[in-house]
Design a protein around this ligand. Structure first.
Ligand code: URA
Length: 444
């Protein structure tokens, strides 16, 4: 294989064969292909795309770069979920323990922050002691004992995604349907679950700008999952404004803890109840959506979901005293409260720009070797639909970095106001699944 020829082929819109894709993934994992050539190929894929067959071969090859776990000896139906990424998206921290508290076994492989979006692994690692690099047998045992586990890609589990994910993060090669589909589905197939729920986000703070593109990505992933015999469903959800109030690692863990105590932001809780209901139906523990939702709500409020979260954090080495007393988490050195210069109703909040600001504050990586500041980020005080008076707090920026004051006026510009009443935005739009060869779209 001559890598420059394959880059050239893709650059000119050609189709890569299964063997070529296998050689590329194998060569990259064995360090035979340098990052600069892989980056060039990834950029060519971003511009030229891939056919359904190429995306499938890429997923298969990434999956085969490590081993797929066999969870069949754990009783019951195992379920996994994955989001395509958004701003303030801490869903897994609440949804996984919540459904596990009702008997779903959750075996989840997550990622780190990608571009302007945060990553579950970085959020979890902001809890002192927390380990996300479990061996396959530790992962298996934790799912069996606690009902859930969350790990990262490793030398054994989808090593190809571990390398490609880190490279895409810093080479502006994230927002491509075949690259996202293969990255997510290789992880979902490797973690060995029977059912997969995908949260495919669209809008300003997501990698898919429109609902149509999100639907195309969702269908690609559902098709791959079903091909491998997994019950795979995708929710299309809006990311036009950040999810919940908190953006940034420790800040999001704190919001997740509040939510697990029944005190979560409405848009975030709505999403969790929707996704949780789908997972309970997929796992066949419930056959009625209303009853499933009621049970989820009860376990958010009675502390059972929080207890599973604590058991999971403990099992993966985390110090649970931080969960019981979140004031123990370190705080950023600087905070900048931002007050409104206008009165009116919040019409829009630029999730993308707030994600980028959060990165500049220290919550994300610009280069592979960058270290994340877990205390950095933003906490919003107002969301779309809220009424605001001049002088009201809109948000607070948190950072350890000096000279960040310039971001204040930029962040202020991310709020748009209207003189007339606005309404809060619904999060879940529809759910896509397959029956035979057909896609079924259930509108919410
Ligand atoms: N999440 C992933 O795991 N991979 C992507 O490419 C995007 C979101």
């Amino acid at each position: 294989m001559i890598m420059t020829e394959l880059i050239e082929k893709k650059k000119n819109g050609g189709k890569l064969t299964r063997e070529e894709i296998n050689d590329i993934i194998d060569g990259y994992c064995k360090n035979g292909i340098p990052d600069y050539q892989m980056s060039a190929l990834l950029m060519a894929i971003c511009f030229r795309g891939m056919t359904e067959a190429e995306t499938f071969y890429l997923t298969e090859s990434m999956l085969n770069s490590g081993k797929a776990l066999d969870l069949s000896s754990i009783p019951g139906i195992k379920c996994d979920k994955h989001s395509t990424g958004g701003v303030g998206d801490k869903t897994s921290l609440v949804l996984c323990p919540l459904v596990a508290s009702l008997g779903v076994k959750v075996a989840k492989m997550s990622g780190r922050g990608l571009g302007f979006t945060g990553g579950t692994l970085d959020k979890l690692e902001s809890i002192p002691g927390m380990r996300v690099n479990l061996t396959p047998s530790e992962f298996f045992e934790t799912v069996k004992k606690v009902g859930m586990a969350i790990v990262g890609q490793s030398a054994e589990l989808v090593p190809a995604d571990k390398k490609l994910y880190a490279l895409r993060d810093v080479t502006a090669t994230v927002d491509s349907i075949p690259l996202i589909a293969s990255s997510i589905m290789s992880k979902k197939l490797a973690s060995g679950s029977d059912c997969i729920l995908l949260d495919v986000k669209y809008g300003k703070g997501a990698f898919m700008p429109t609902k149509e593109k999100a639907e195309a990505l969702a269908k690609e992933m559902v098709r791959i999952g079903e091909h491998f015999g997994k019950d795979t469903r995708a929710e299309i959800t809006s990311m036009e404004q950040p999810l919940g109030f908190a953006i940034g690692n420790i800040l999001e863990v704190e919001e997740a803890i509040d939510t697990l105590h029944g005190k979560g932001p409405k848009d975030f809780v709505d999403l969790i109840l929707h996704s949780g209901t789908t997972m309970l139906l997929q796992s066949k523990l419930y056959d009625n959506a209303e009853k499933a939702k009621k049970a989820l709500l009860a376990n958010l409020e009675n502390g059972k979901a929080y207890q599973v979260f604590k058991d999971f954090v403990k099992a993966q080495g985390g110090d649970v005293s931080y969960l019981d007393d979140p004031t123990k988490f370190p705080k950023a050195l600087y905070s900048f409260p931002i007050k409104s210069l206008k009165s009116g109703y919040v019409k829009a909040i630029d999730a993308l720009d707030l994600g980028l600001i959060s990165m500049e504050l220290g919550a994300g990586r610009e280069k592979k070797e960058d270290v994340i500041d877990p205390t950095a980020g933003i906490v919003l005080a107002k969301k779309v639909g809220d009424v605001v008076s001049k002088g009201d707090l809109l948000m607070t920026l948190y950072t350890e970095r000096a000279n960040m004051r310039d971001l204040v006026s930029r962040a202020l510009g991310d709020y748009e106001f209207s003189d007339t009443e606005t309404t809060s935005l619904p999060v879940v739009e529809e759910c896509i699944r397959m029956e035979g060869d057909d896609f079924i779209i259930e509108k919410d």
